[in-house]
Design a protein around this ligand. Structure first.
Ligand code: ATP
Ligand code: ZN
Length: 508
């Protein structure tokens, strides 16, 4: 461009879709309404001579049974019709076998990016690290990054030889090499790492703030993020903006000269950033988190209602109908509440965990069973139970496995898994097993009401996630006595409910 004449860029963004291709029961968000909004924003931006980008901070997969049981096909295909330019690969993109992610890349007409997912064998990129798009005379590089926590929290049975390299170094090296090859006006990191205020990432892997602080000035211009699932809005003191609510003003974070933006989750908002680019200097002209048919506490739309795009709605409708058909209808009955709340299943024994483990034990004829509390993702309410209710509890399609081994080997194993602390996903839920932990020592171990016999053999049911090392459980999958099955956790729970309903929660 002729030096001196400014150019303009509008960046539109979302993140953490988690299966929300359709609106919720209250008519909030949904991709068809998002399409209407995006079309309007694009038209306005083009009138003003802006280049327009649409990016996603990843985690398209997992969260809504209608999407999960179709492997997020509606979500990826609709994102293509919405005109996404690129997305970051999120940790939940590894909830399915890797060939599903390959298929999802085919459904998407935009690249799924990550510059820090490598093959262990030769450190080569496992996925496309970056893309360059040219719009309105601007050349824009977009580099993807994925949380290194994926190695810990994703399903180890699917990760194969993938490793998650330190993001700042991966980003710097990719940006150096792409800048050596191409002239670029703007560099954007699209990430799925989380925004942790003032880099206080706690037990999580470092996120976007740490990244921005750990790269050389002018490596990138902005981070479009995800994973922490928050509206990133900062007040005048640089603190999280407690005044933010849907429809209110939002100022993004800025660290080391890098803007950091995130649009909460589920397509609740479209983030919109307008930049002026003049003699290489980028100025943020405006920022907004635009609600997509969000309602207030009185059930009224906060902004003017956005009419869902009829064509996209017609495209998505068959997926929604197919999903609803598969999921509706009663498969059983429970006479009380089965507690799957995060504040229960990661802290103490839960009656829902007992039911789940009973179902898994009976499917493989086990003496006792275990599951990590974090794998239980929803409660089941009193009354009729549908397959949808079951899939909300078990969205991950894990397989049931059984481990048959000696009391002595089991003793060593229990000494690891029984000690995972409360408030972690790893926290152990168990049935037909009991033990005491006194001064850190495991004692009084009972299996099926009998003291553990080091010379006896025991059958333990466990899902494929924990058996493969998920949540830091010892990897059982290559041991003698380990047997996988093709039954999923959801199908086993469904079969148990069908067979034993009504379930009496007080006699579980
Ligand atoms: P994100 O923030 O990316 O959406 P998340 O919501 O899954 O991640 P957490 O709510 O902390 O993050 O949940 C992590 C826990 O979920 C793990 O500790 C584990 O117990 C459970 N989990 C994750 N993936 C699986 C899986 N494939 N199978 C079973 N349990 C899983
Ligand atoms: Zn995530």
């Amino acid at each position: 461009s002729p030096s001196g004449s400014p150019q303009f860029l509008t960046v539109l963004h979302t993140n953490d879709n988690h299966g929300r291709f359709w609106h919720n029961e209250q008519g909030e968000y949904g991709m068809a309404a998002r399409k209407t909004l995006l079309d309007k924003l694009r038209t306005q931006a083009k009138h003003k001579g802006h280049a327009v980008l649409l990016l996603s901070g990843g985690d398209i997969n997992t969260g809504i049974p209608e999407s999960d049981l179709q492997l997020a096909e509606p979500d990826f295909k609709a994102m293509s019709l919405l005109g996404y330019d690129a997305m970051a690969i999120g940790n939940h993109e590894f909830d399915n076998p890797l060939n599903v992610l390959e298929q999802q890349q085919k459904w998407a007409n935009f690249p799924l990016l990550s510059a820090n997912i490598l093959h262990a064998a030769d450190n080569s990129h496992a996925y496309q690290p970056y893309t360059i798009v040219n719009k309105q005379g601007l050349s824009i590089a977009i580099v993807g990054l994925t949380t290194t926590d994926t190695a810990k929290i994703a399903n180890p049975q699917y990760l194969g030889d993938l490793i998650f390299a330190e993001p700042a170094a991966a980003l710097s090296s990719v940006v150096d090499s792409l800048k050596a090859k191409h002239h670029v006006d703007v560099v954007i990191a699209v990430t799925h790492m989380g925004h942790f205020h003032d880099a206080s990432f706690g037990i999580n892997a470092p996120g976007d703030v740490t990244l921005a602080r750990n790269i050389a000035p002018n490596t990138i211009d902005m981070i479009i993020g995800g994973h922490s699932q928050e509206p990133v809005c900062i007040d005048a003191q640089g603190k999280p903006d407690n005044q933010f609510a849907p429809g209110k003003a939002c100022a993004p974070d800025q660290q080391n000269g890098v803007w950091i933006m995130q649009a909460h989750e589920w397509g609740k908002y479209v983030g919109k950033a307008e930049f002026k680019i003049e003699n290489g200097v980028k100025t943020l002209l405006s920022y907004e988190l635009i609600p997509v048919n969000l309602k207030n506490a009185d059930g009224e739309y906060i902004n003017d209602y956005i009419q869902p795009d009829p064509e996209l709605k017609a495209f998505l409708k068959p997926y929604q109908t197919f999903g609803e058909k598969k999921l509706k209808g009663s498969i059983g009955y429970v006479d009380g509440y089965l507690d799957g709340k995060r504040s229960t299943v990661r802290f103490k024994q839960s009656n829902l965990a007992t039911l789940i483990i009973k179902a898994q034990m009976s499917s493989v004829d086990a003496d006792f069973g275990i599951i990590s509390g974090g794998g239980i993702r929803h409660s089941i309410d009193t009354g009729e139970v549908s397959y949808k209710d079951v899939l909300k509890v078990h969205p991950f399609k894990n397989r049931i496995t059984v481990m048959q081994w000696s009391g002595a080997d089991l003793y060593d194993y229990l000494n690891i898994v029984a000690r995972f602390p409360p408030d972690s996903g790893a926290y152990l839920q168990y049935h037909k097993l009991s033990f005491d932990i006194i001064d850190g020592e495991l004692s009084n171990i009972m299996i099926n009401n009998e003291p553990l016999n080091l010379n006896a053999r025991y059958r333990m049911s466990i899902n494929s996630y924990n058996a493969a090392g998920g949540d830091g459980y010892p990897n059982l999958s290559s041991l003698e006595g380990f047997k996988p099955t093709s039954m999923t956790d959801a199908d086993v729970l469904k079969a148990y409910l069908q067979k034993y309903s009504p379930i009496k929660v007080n006699s579980l």
